[in-house]
Design a protein around this ligand. Sequence first.
Ligand SMILES: [Zn+2]
Length: 104
Amino acid sequence: MSNEMKGTVMEYVTVVPAYGRDYKSAKEVREGYAAGHDFLVQSFGRGGYVNKDDHPAGVTLQVRYRRLERVVLIGKGKGFECQYCGGDTTECRRAAELNAPCGA
Ligand SMILES: [Zn+2]
């Protein structure tokens, strides 16, 4: 964990693919996210849709996929946006340090 991340309160929000869409792999989820696909917010007390463009900084999306059996995390840290997929995962940050694609 970098110093920058210490003390940052990350919020987790559960979402599912919107409009009956499904993804078969984490890679597909990240590609969909990067392409601006909408996700339906499932967390209690919240609602509506979220996508890459209105994903609040400091919020990590827990995206359910493959018939909701699996989860992939797509975070968005304050001040970091992956050049490759627009997200913020451990892989994204590592890839950014290496100036390489994140594999999303
Ligand atoms: Zn990435």
